[in-house]
Design a protein. Structure first.
Length: 311
């Protein structure tokens, strides 16, 4: 009798209980093997059932729109202070970050947020209406920047010395003046003013630093720029530059100081709530990051904090 025939006879006889050939010990072994095989199959089916019924545990991804060449705020090497704050928030959320790199020019919010796949933007004024905003994480203002070796001490747009100096201001595009440009125009200070584009030549690193570099080189005598940008690049110039925060002129209808927050798509209220909690809990770490980048700060307005805390 062949081996295959013997095995078939063993299975048949042990299954029926009729044992013309196998011994009782042989049948016992066969039944034990059958029991183990049945248990293994049962475990496999149970595991498959659990896997199919379990909810998806996809990791949270923060889809962030950011400028790839805009230090001190952000760049595509993630060296800006907004990159660092984003990493801190993502860590606490247990989330990954997926950047979409967009130059912050006209149409940025339309392309990146409204029609794009990004969910949030770092560093937006709390007054912006295109997105929902978190509670603010800092407040800053425009600054005067001039060389420390010039003996200047400019504190106001009403300082008469401004009529005699070469002044650089940011150009915002369109027909609107920047707040500094409007304040100077209100005083008839026009002919000695040079405009510097906010965007610069994107083939160069840090194109927005041009206006501050112009002060160090002596091309202009004073620059009037947004505080975080001006202070960061001023600290890295030689000769040393002075940075003086500006109080808004009393007649100005345009703010000079802004509370800065994160902006999210309007369908992300739960994410906004989670980020608000992180901004409160991580306030000390955020302040340390801002200090590393020399961000000039003003006390946050209680109205802005209370408004966003109540949303």
């Amino acid at each position: 009798m062949s081996l295959a025939s013997r095995n078939r006879l063993l299975v048949d006889s042990c299954s029926t209980g009729f044992q013309p050939v196998p011994s009782r010990s042989s049948c016992a072994a066969w039944h034990a093997l059958k029991t183990r095989a049945t248990a293994v199959v049962g475990l496999i089916l149970l595991a498959q059932s659990i896997a199919l019924s379990a909810p998806s545990t996809q990791p949270l991804v923060l889809h962030i729109a950011a400028d790839p060449n805009n230090l001190p705020f952000s760049n595509d090497r993630e060296e800006g202070f907004e990159n660092k704050i984003a990493r801190l928030i993502a860590h606490d959320l247990g989330a990954q970050i997926d950047y979409t790199w967009w130059a912050q020019r006209r149409g940025f919010f339309r392309d990146a947020i409204k029609h794009g796949e990004s969910d949030l933007v770092m560093g937006v004024p709390t007054s912006i209406e295109r997105v929902i905003t978190t509670r603010p994480y800092y407040r800053s203002t425009y600054v005067f920047i001039f060389r420390a070796d010039r003996g200047l001490d400019i504190r106001s747009f009403d300082d008469p010395i401004l009529r005699k100096l070469k002044i650089g201001i940011p150009l915002v595009g369109g027909s609107s003046n920047s707040p500094p440009g409007q304040a100077l125009a209100n005083r008839g200070i026009i002919d000695n003013v040079t405009g510097y584009t906010l965007y610069g030549d994107y083939r160069e690193s840090n194109p927005s630093s041009e206006i501050v570099t112009a002060v160090a080189k002596g091309d202009i005598d004073v620059a009037i720029v947004w505080g975080p940008l001006g202070a960061y690049f001023a600290k890295r110039q030689n000769p040393p530059l002075k940075v003086v925060p500006i109080d808004a002129p009393p007649e100005s209808s345009t703010p000079f100081a802004y509370d800065i927050a994160l902006g999210l798509k309007r369908d992300k209220p739960e994410l906004k709530k989670q980020i608000d909690e992180i901004l409160v809990r991580r306030k000390a770490e955020i302040e340390k990051i801002l200090d590393e980048y020399d961000v000039p700060r003003l006390p946050m307005t209680s109205a802005a904090e209370n408004e966003h805390a109540s949303r």
